[in-house]
Design a protein around this ligand. Sequence first.
Ligand SMILES: [Cu+2]
Length: 175
Amino acid sequence: MFKKSILSLLLLCSSIYASSIEITNAYIRATPPMVPNSAAFLSIVNNSNEDITLDSITSNIVSNIEMHNSSMKNAVMSMKQVKNILIKANSSTTLKPGSLHIMLFGIKNKPLKAGDKHEFIFNFSNKEILTLQLSVKSVMQGMMHSKMKKMDHSLMPMKMQDETAMKHKKMIESK
Ligand SMILES: [Cu+2]
């Protein structure tokens, strides 16, 4: 009985510690055979009373990972590398197409197939490190359709582009 309560106390402590950051709804966008880059999307929940930033992400499946933010300017979607992603205290930040995202450069074993899972390591400013298996999902079709419906067609560029297909201008501020 005594042993049991010690154990549950330990479990409780570790779960309190582990849950200050949660990553939910994470997926990697599936890629066609020749495409070298992809993107990952997810929500980060910060259950702590302090602002936290996501500072870096690593994975063995690609040669480089950057955090990006997309924006629409004069009907052209462009994106820019960001140093980190802020998750305010007791709040959450959502990475989604057309907005903040995780950019994956140089896929080592092309293509990224729907249904596969790959390990990613997330490093946060509070020294927490989360290791997650992210699923590959084919989301291109659905995303394109919903974009088309909302968009003014006269403003639409000749070729629809998204984070995966977009040319990456290196717009990184001097490191
Ligand atoms: Cu990007």
